[in-house]
Ligand binder design. Structure first.
Ligand code: TRP
Length: 346
């Protein structure tokens, strides 16, 4: 049998997000924005992981609506499938069947013990104690398939996903080693260049998350009034001195979080934001954060609504995206099966 070799690998970025609920300000500054910045330098694949979302029960109408809504956030945030020099690809995971097929194959290269150690699995098993399904357990294997199908070199994801990307690397190396091939390109986990780590406004020791809704969590759909209210109530500290506003994440997590948010919205560093507000009171800091967020959110919301009002155009982007992704994914799958000795379709 002819061994099928990995094509020369060009810088390729790939990342995904679940279509579950409205994304948060943390998702925008920590995920969408930094992930999309790779479009300038990389062949780029962005997708919506509906197969991952169903590991927690989804109402059908919500899954359907959320899939288009997340696609619209990607596009509103600057994903550009029309760039003539380097069009980015946006697609829905379930539209490319090779994900599930490679996921199945990689199940046999993944040990139970490895998956039992995944912290996201452990956390979610506590959150969804009545539905610890096999899909939830195998979630990181499907994620490994997602990454490996496109020969990704860079996978920008948050810290909470680092363990999954490391597992993906282990699986890829194990496979290549077992068959003595270079079937898979082994990717790296990339901490995005300017990824802000946005914390909960009420508890700045925790990551901002839609699983903790309320005053501490700013949603991308929030009105200007909601944004102002949430920042007004943000937790800071009791420091009232002239030096209260400075960037010191360990010592002053609440203040640091507000500075990171301002900086993220304005493409500055948090230190620069601190210099501009130095000597002022926390009331001014909170008002500035709300203003920075609202100035960013308003055009973003308008652009997202624009896409949602034209679902035909949106679906067209997704259809073309899947058509671009599919041959790349299928070529990898064919390489995998050839390496393993599967009889090709007759
Ligand atoms: N598990 C990721 C998350 O929860 C989403 C995801 C699925 C992903 N497949 C991926 C991210 C592949 C990067 C690459 O956010």
């Amino acid at each position: 049998m002819q061994p099928m070799e990995l094509p020369a690998v060009q810088p390729t970025v790939l990342t995904g997000i679940q279509p579950s609920g409205v994304p948060t300000l943390g998702n925008y500054l920590g995920f969408f924005k930094p992930a999309l910045s790779f479009q300038a330098t990389h062949r780029a694949y962005y997708f919506i992981v509906d197969h991952h979302a169903i590991t927690a029960r989804q109402a059908p109408a919500d899954l359907l609506a959320n899939t288009r809504e997340v696609a619209a956030w990607y596009l509103a945030a600057g994903l550009n499938p029309e760039n003539p020099n380097n069009p980015a690809t946006l697609f829905v995971q379930s539209h490319v069947r090779a994900h599930v097929e490679l996921g199945w194959i990689l199940n046999t290269f993944t040990q139970m013990g490895e998956l039992e150690r995944m912290t996201q699995y452990k956390d979610k098993s506590v959150q969804h104690a009545q539905n610890i399904n096999v899909g939830l357990f195998g979630y990181p294997v499907l994620q490994a398939a997602d990454i490996l199908l496109y020969n990704a070199t860079d996978v920008p994801v948050g810290d909470d996903q680092k363990q999954h990307v490391e597992l993906c690397r282990d699986i890829a190396l194990r496979f290549n080693h077992h068959y003595g091939t270079s079937t898979f390109h082994v990717p790296k986990h990339t901490i995005p260049p300017h990824g802000a780590r946005v914390r909960d406004l009420q508890d700045p020791t925790k990551k901002m998350s839609k699983s903790r809704p309320g005053l501490g969590c700013v949603l991308l759909t929030d009105t200007p009034e909601e944004v102002e209210k949430k920042f007004k109530r943000a937790v800071t500290d009791s420091d009232t001195g002239p030096d209260a506003i400075r960037y010191a994440p360990e010592e002053k997590p609440g203040v640091a979080n507000l500075l990171e948010i301002i900086a993220g919205c304005r493409d500055q560093t948090p230190q620069q934001a601190a210099v501009q507000l130095h000597g002022q009171q926390y009331g001014a800091l909170k008002a500035e954060a709300a203003a920075a967020v609202n100035a960013m959110l308003q055009p973003l919301q308008a652009a997202q609504q624009g896409w949602l009002q034209n679902t035909q155009k949106l679906d067209d982007v997704l259809r073309r995206g899947a058509a671009q992704a599919e041959p790349v994914a299928n070529a990898t799958l064919a390489r995998v099966k050839a390496a393993m000795g599967y009889l090709p379709p007759l």
